[in-house]
Design a protein around this ligand. Sequence first.
Ligand SMILES: N[C@@H](CCC(=O)N[C@@H](CS)C(=O)NCC(=O)O)C(=O)O
Length: 232
Amino acid sequence: MAAIRLYELAGAEEDRRFSPYCWRIVMALKHKGLDFESVPWRFTEKDTIAFAGTDKVPVLVDGEAAVHDSPAIAAYLEKTYPDRPSLFGGKEAEALSRFFVDWTDLVLQGALFRLVVADIPPLLAPIDEAYFRRSREARVGTTLEEFCCGREAKLDALGQTLAPLRRTLTHQPFLSGRTPAWADYTVFGAFQWARCVSPIKLLAENDPVYRWRESMLGLYDGLAAKAKGYPV
Ligand SMILES: N[C@@H](CCC(=O)N[C@@H](CS)C(=O)NCC(=O)O)C(=O)O
């Protein structure tokens, strides 16, 4: 059994892993070359992860340590495995990458949520579907279908949201420079979440963000590309 366990959000199908935050950590573990056992988890299985002091995934268990919250897990991996490839590339880069976490959580995932959230309920385990609908509809103040209607205009808004990312990726192949690191995994997690739950085409093939996403999908023997989801 691998020493590290990662609790990851799954849909009705155990291999539909669609949490953007969990994808960050899957990519970070691969980056560090660490083996891990993935444990599928559903939204309503709060008791299963209560030992880690949270009701959300990812939760990483490594020996005696139980860590939750994706940036905290990344910091834990960097500190605990300093001899493995660096996730950040130094303290300044670690601090700078915090911006990518906050931008992704607050801006990018918000823009994607408006486009894909109505596609999620049919993919959930029956025990999760009512919980998901109730909690998310309370958050947005309407039905998920109503919230997502008029996707075309929302795609335009996504295009504008992506403008800084697009320009950066015309200067360099990855957000972290010549090779991918934590900032890339953070942003990529959001795109991978969308790909795992929705058939919507988010990016045109001539978009530098599309090219970057292709590179990210191909990393680690195409791990993310092989994951259950829709073609991009
Ligand atoms: N800030 C946390 C957010 C984690 C999070 O929101 N996870 C979602 C899955 S995508 C979750 O477990 N939600 C539980 C719920 O909605 O009840 C992180 O970066 O890990």
